[in-house]
Design a protein around this ligand. Sequence first.
Ligand code: FES
Ligand code: FES
Length: 213
Amino acid sequence: MAQRNKIEHEGVTRRDFLKGLGTGVLGSVVIPASPLVKSVKAASPDVEELAGTVSIQITVNGKVHKVSVEPRTTLLSVLREQLQVTGPKPVCDRGECGACTVLLNGKPVNACMVLAVDAENANIVTAEGLAEGGELTEVQQAFVEKDGLMCGFCTPGFVISATALIKEKGTKLTLADVKAGLAGNLCRCGTYPKVFEAVLTAARRIEEKGGGV
Ligand code: FES
Ligand code: FES
C-alpha cells in the first residue's frame, strides 16, 4: 500500500500538495524530495565545491600561518584548535558574550562569528599578542592591579575590547563610555565594577604618559 501511494504521488506538484492540506489527505501524500534537491544544486553550482577544504594565510600576533580550513570553520576554531592560541575563549559560540574577542585588522570582532576564510590575509591580534618584550600593556597591568577578574574566562575578551575602545575613543573616557564600549562583553562572575575601574585607570595612565595603548 505504501509503495502504491508512493508511485501514485511521485509526480505530485506543489499545487497538489497544498490542495491535499485542505482536503485532509496529507497522510497519503509522499512529498518528492529529490526534484527540490536537484533544483537547489542547479541554482547553486558551488554547493559541491564547498564540501572540501581551502588553504588560507593569516597573521596572528605577528606570525604568518598557512592553515587548511573548511568553509564553515570559524576564526575562533582556527586560533584555538589549529594554532593553539587559546586566549580567545569559546563560551557562547554565537556572538553574545565577547569572550572570543580579537582584533581583526585593528577592529574588535567576535572570532566565533567570523569565518576563517573571511579572515584570509588579515592581521589578527589576541590578548597574547598585546604585550611587547614581555611587558604588559597599561590595560593588562591595570586589570592585574585592580583585580579585574575572578575566574578569568572573560578577561582576554575584555582586555581586547578595552584596548580597542581606548584606541578608538581616546583616553578621556567616562564611566558611561567604558560601560557602553564594553557592552558586548559579559562576565558571569559579575566583576564589572573592577573591570570598569581597570579600564579607567589604564586610560588615565596612558593619558598621563602621552603614549599609545
Ligand atoms: S564565544 Fe564568541 S561571542 Fe561568545
Ligand atoms: S571573571 Fe569569570 S566570567 Fe568574568
